[in-house]
Design a protein around this ligand. Structure first.
Ligand code: GAR
Length: 191
């Protein structure tokens, strides 16, 4: 039995996969939290009947209300699925080793400030990398540097564009992220 909170700012394709994967299991997606009311993530969570809460950037910077909500919902694990604001230290300290981030590169390569979404793929193509991939890692005080739980690779072909590489990466994310969450919950003895 575990309760998950998803944080998402963007299109929400990963949030959608996670919610569907855990339907009919004893793991509950208790809430989707966003900084963007007009995001695909909010729309998808609403369509799937998941509780949605939207907070401002200021509220994420001073996250007492967010922490209170997570505690009230007895959330065991937070999953950042395309969440683009920095996670405040108070939140990290309130949920030590209980925040997972999804990053669209093989960290430590192409991580850090400004490296998200298509900017990652653009840099990978510019440097003519042979491989890219995804990293699923714990969140600590240092941006994109927490302990890596899993990494999965894809080939970068000469003819790849930002769009084609992004599609490959997203496909890999959709396949791997829900399973990785389940594995981590098992490790925490929560699944
Ligand atoms: C995903 O590709 C995720 O790896 C990336 O944002 C995308 C969100 O897609 N995250 C980052 O770049 C974090 N630094 P989605 O909204 O369709 O799930």
């Amino acid at each position: 039995m575990a309760n998950i909170a998803i944080f998402a700012s963007g299109g929400g394709s990963n949030a959608d996969r996670i919610i569907r994967y855990f339907q009919e299991t004893d793991t509950t997606v208790s809430v989707l939290i966003s900084n963007k009311l007009s995001s695909g993530a909010v729309e998808k969570a609403n369509a799937l009947g998941i509780l949605v809460r939207v907070f401002t950037k200021q509220q994420f910077e001073h996250p007492i209300e967010i922490i209170n909500l997570l505690v009230e919902l007895k959330v065991d694990l937070i999953v950042l699925a395309g969440f683009l604001l920095k996670i405040n230290l108070d939140l990290i300290h309130a949920f030590p080793d209980r925040i997972i981030n999804l990053h669209p590169s093989l960290l430590p390569k192409y991580g850090g400030k400004g490296m998200y979404g298509k900017f990652v793929h653009q840099a990978v193509l510019f440097n003519k990398e042979k491989y890219s991939g995804i990293s699923i890692h714990l969140v600590n005080e240092h941006f994109d540097e927490g302990r890596i739980l899993e990494q999965h690779k894809v080939d970068v072909e000469e003819q790849d564009t930002i769009e084609s590489l992004s599609d490959k990466i997203q496909q890999l994310e959709h396949e791997q992220l829900p399973k990785a969450i389940k594995q981590y919950l098992l490790k925490l003895k929560l699944h």
